[in-house]
Write a protein that binds this ligand. Structure first.
Ligand code: DX5
Ligand code: ZN
Length: 216
C-alpha cells in the first residue's frame, strides 16, 4: 500500500470551512484528520459536534477523528453518528483500552490508539493485534504548527518491528510537525499515514503541497 496523506482540519480557515473542504476534496489527500481537544487532556480546546456536522456535510473523504479528550467512551457513538470513519483514542486517557477499542469496532469504525511523545511503543505489545491504527504523536498534542520531535524516528522503527513480529495489520500514522523534510524518512521506516496541518494550510498552494507529500 502506498502511504496516505491526512491534512489536519485544525489548521483550516473555519470562516471558510466549506471552501477548504472543497480544496481537500479536489486534492490527492486520502483522509481528513479531525482533531478534537477538550481543554482537559490537552491544554487547548478545538471544536465539537457542530463543526463535525459541517465536515460530514462537505467532506467527500473519510474522517479520521483523533480524540484528545478524557473519558472518550462517553462520546464514541456520537462521533460515529457525526460521520467518523476512524476513531483514535489516547492510551494515556484510557484505563480500559481493550474495552474502548472493542467498543469502537462494534460501532463499525476503524479503531486507533494514539500515544504521546513520552509514551513507549512497548506498551502496545498486548493491544497491537486488536487495533487498526497506531497514531504516534510527533509533537505534544494541543496545537498545530509545532516542531517535529526527532525521537519519533526511533519509535516508528520499533513499532514497525513489533507490527511485523506480531503479524498485525495496524497502520502507523504520524501526527505533528510533518513536512517534506521528514516525510520521506518516515515513509522509509514504515509510516503508512502522514498527518499535516500547518505545512499544508500555510502553503501558498495547498493542493500542490498535498500532491508533493503524496508522491514521495
Ligand atoms: C496536535 C494535533 C495535530 C496537529 C498537526 O495536537 O493532533 O493533528 O493538528 O498539525 P501540524 O502538522 O501543524 O503539526
Ligand atoms: Zn491529530
Amino acid at each position: 500500500m502506498s502511504h496516505l496523506i491526512a491534512p489536519s482540519v485544525l489548521s483550516a480557515d473555519f470562516g471558510n470551512l466549506q471552501r477548504d473542504c472543497e480544496m481537500l476534496n479536489n486534492s490527492s489527500c486520502d483522509w481528513y484528520h479531525v482533531d478534537i481537544m477538550d481543554g482537559v487532556f490537552v491544554p487547548n480546546m478545538s471544536f465539537g459536534f457542530s463543526v463535525m456536522k459541517s465536515l460530514q456535510q462537505h467532506a467527500k473523504k473519510p474522517l479520521d477523528v483523533h480524540l484528545m479528550i478524557v473519558e472518550p467512551d462517553k462520546y464514541l457513538e456520537e462521533f460515529k453518528n457525526h460521520g467518523a470513519t476512524n476513531l483514535s483514542v489516547h492510551i494515556e486517557a484510557c484505563p480500559h483500552l481493550h474495552r474502548t477499542i472493542q467498543k469502537i469496532k462494534a460501532l463499525g469504525c476503524k479503531a486507533g490508539v494514539a500515544i504521546n511523545p513520552h509514551t513507549s511503543v512497548s506498551l502496545l505489545e498486548d493491544i497491537i493485534c486488536d487495533v487498526d491504527i497506531v497514531l504516534i504523536m510527533s509533537v505534544n498534542p494541543g496545537y498545530g504548527g509545532q516542531k517535529f520531535i526527532e525521537n519519533t524516528y526511533m519509535k516508528t522503527h520499533k513499532l514497525k518491528e513489533m507490527i511485523v513480529r506480531k503479524n498485525s495489520d495496524a497502520l502507523i500514522e504520524i501526527d505533528g510537525g510533518v513536512n517534506l523534510e521528514n516525510a520521506s524518512k518516515l515513509i522509509d521506516i514504515g509510516a503508512d499515514v502522514l498527518v499535516a496541518g500547518n505545512f499544508v494550510f500555510s502553503s501558498s498552494d495547498p493542493v500542490a503541497t498535498i500532491a508533493s507529500l503524496k508522491k514521495l
